[in-house]
Design a protein. Sequence first.
Length: 409
Amino acid sequence: MTPQTTGPARYVIIGNGVAGTTAADTLRKGDPQCRIDIVGDEPYPLYNRVALPNVLKGKTAPERTIIRQIAWHAQNRVELHLETTVTRVDTERKVVTTSDGRDFVYDKLLIATGGRPNPLRAEGVDGVKGIYNFQTLDDTKAIVARTEAARAAVTVGGSFIAYELTEGFRHRNIPTHWLVRGPRFLHRIVDEDGGALVDQLAREVGVETHYGESVVSVEKTGGEVSAVMTTSGKRLECNLVGVGVGLTLRTEFLRSTPVKVNVGVVTNEYLETSVPDVYAAGDVAEFFDPYVGTHNQMGTWNSASAHGRTSAQNMLGARQAFDEVPYYTSTMFESQMAAIGSTPDVRPDMEAISRVDMNARVYRRLFFYEGRLAGAVLVGDIRVRRQLMDVIRGRQVVPPEERAQLAAV
Ligand SMILES: Cc1cc2nc3c(=O)[nH]c(=O)nc-3n(C[C@H](O)[C@H](O)[C@H](O)COP(=O)(O)OP(=O)(O)OC[C@H]3O[C@@H](n4cnc5c(N)ncnc54)[C@H](O)[C@@H]3O)c2cc1C
């Protein structure tokens, strides 16, 4: 074990996304003397991932997404090491090692590494140009450059990322086929009615939707994608493919440590991992969620930011449980959509109640756990989001007659 220093505390943060950067900010405010090193493998200081769909649409300039300038780090004495990958952690000696051979000794360590998007797996896909994931600012710049010459696009996936790609392409007037492997968009949380409404919204703006379909093989011309073959044997010509088929959380550098990893880095409600002085926050944390009494993993900006704050406060000596209702709002073609709190992908035993009005294009589905509202998904009119978040926070049992009222559209 590295002896505890008598000097200022040394904090090392892996990942300079919103979780890691919020943690650095909180640590600096709570301990003016401490040393903070933050290691990130992208070339940028914190930028707003939530704004990337607007960059894709051409509504926001790439540089406008940067929300923490390099100068902020210098002013706050946060040592930022960009384009640097953490390859190893030794929790016995309390040392983090990077790809360029540097060692960072820590007293407390935060893992805030998010996830890496899964690539498209299909025959003939290797090395073919024109196929993109959508996770980083660099991905977005590359896709935008490609859209200039795009004649037709295919998007793959039933998640928000696949939706954002589809909407970005159609916003640029690129004819787009959207392949969803499941029976509908977000099929684990949206029922048939909700799926039908999303489908209607997509088709109204000219998107061709295909369910139960994925890409089985890719055709190329001169090294560039020229068509894809789908599961059911359709051949779709395209010179742009957008892929949103989930993330693999980035934990590879923990392999030789006793830090417990399941899908993500497992933590308790204080965001402490199974190893003392090691914490996890943001997308990569599989944290104990008191709202649903089980471990949970989120992919929302507000929960990543709140995780960063809570983990840092606990690293500073507080004992604060994570207690925030996550939410994700986005456009849904010409409409809007929100997902709030916890959904049945986390606890399949939740009760669900839903209402739809196809004419008004409004859909609401609420999820109850042990009689309490735990989450919701809304399409169309999402103004009720704040009220529902308050009900979730209140943790009161909602009687059956009031449940129907809350769900009414
Ligand atoms: C296109 C897009 C749109 C989105 N839209 C919304 C939205 O509308 N609403 C919403 O709530 N959420 C949205 N999200 C999700 C939201 O952006 C994420 O939940 C949030 O950014 C997660 O923050 P994080 O800090 O946990 O991880 P990340 O932002 O992923 O940051 C982790 C950082 O760590 C780096 N890293 C990983 N491993 C290492 C390593 N070994 N060494 C060094 N660095 C490493 C990564 O490269 C990355 O820079 C969207 C995401 C995307 C991609």
